[in-house]
Design a protein around this ligand. Structure first.
Ligand SMILES: [Zn+2]
Length: 289
């Protein structure tokens, strides 16, 4: 009977160097790489000498890539520990994994707390090379952004302000504000422009927030309206009515816009401490940017 000999042909991990990072997650990743490669060396080559050769090759290659000796010792210890654990019983008590974003100093504490309750915690890196380098789509121009909460200030001279939300691209919604509707139900902005003979520029349109979900967008609009008290929203018309129970919290939020002392667009762009009702953007963006 013919026998075949299988060998590992090497892996990209053993041939490439890794980038440097100080995060704990990187070392967890590296220990994972050692574990996977050794598992592969243990199971792919069919002869003992092939396995030994592969283990040596992995160690030498990873050392060339900057893996220190302690990483191999630690990985081997972890491997032995896993083998010795009476796995079946232990796994029965284990809960589902919890994956949380890695925030230095906080995530480790959370992991210790959860591990006391037998809940394994894994970190999801929030700053990966993929996120940094892979951008298959061009950025959408601001005037074409949809699902936004926006503010319109009438003009530099007129302090009147309107806050609304739309699922449409912003420029379409602005066009609706600028013209009369065929149904006769003109928007508060249009009525104001018509009554006063005013007009607003794209530079005075600000994106306060983005939210794809219909209900949540309505809530965010209501929060901004509650905080900013825009003069042109006084007729109501909000999709979502906030419960009065939120009033103490909402009162403590800083205003980012103010109908009576409205900062110019350039002030808004330069000010990083002007925040909205506190859940997303550091400063409003204008449509004209
Ligand atoms: Zn006006």
């Amino acid at each position: 009977m013919a026998t075949s000999t299988l060998k590992c042909t090497g892996s990209p991990h053993t041939r490439t160097s890794t980038s440097s990072s100080t995060h704990i997650t990187l070392w967890e990743h590296k220990l994972g790489v050692i574990k996977i490669l050794h598992h592969r060396a243990e199971h792919v080559p069919s002869k003992p000498e092939g396995k030994k050769k592969e283990h040596t090759h992995i160690k030498e290659s990873l050392k060339t890539c900057g893996y220190p000796n302690w990483a191999f010792i630690k990985s081997a210890k972890m491997h032995r520990k896993e083998d010795q654990t009476p796995a079946r019983e232990d796994k029965k008590d284990r809960r589902n994994n919890l994956v949380i974003p890695y925030v230095a100093g906080v995530s480790e504490k959370l992991r210790r707390v959860f591990s006391k309750h037998n809940i394994p915690v894994y970190f999801r890196p929030s700053n990966t090379l993929r996120q940094k380098l892979v951008h298959p789509k061009d950025k959408t121009p601001k005037h074409k952004l949809n699902n936004v909460v926006y503010a319109v200030q009438c003009s530099e001279e007129c302090p009147d302000l309107y806050i609304g939300e739309t699922k449409q691209p912003l420029h379409k919604r602005m066009a609706q504000h600028r013209r009369a509707t065929s149904t006769g139900q003109d928007s508060a902005v249009h009525l104001h422009l018509k009554d006063k003979g005013h007009s607003f520029e794209d530079a005075n349109v600000h994106i306060l927030d983005r939210e794809d979900r219909w209900f949540e967008r309505g809530v965010k609009e209501a929060i901004y309206v509650h905080c900013e008290q825009p003069s042109l929203n006084r007729g109501g018309g909000l999709r979502h009515q906030l419960s009065a129970i939120y009033n103490p919290v909402l009162r403590s939020l800083p205003r980012c816009l103010n109908a009576h002392a409205y900062p110019g667009p350039s002030d808004l762009r330069n000010s990083h401490d002007r925040v909205g009702p506190g859940f997303t953007m550091s400063s409003p963006e204008t449509l004209a940017e």
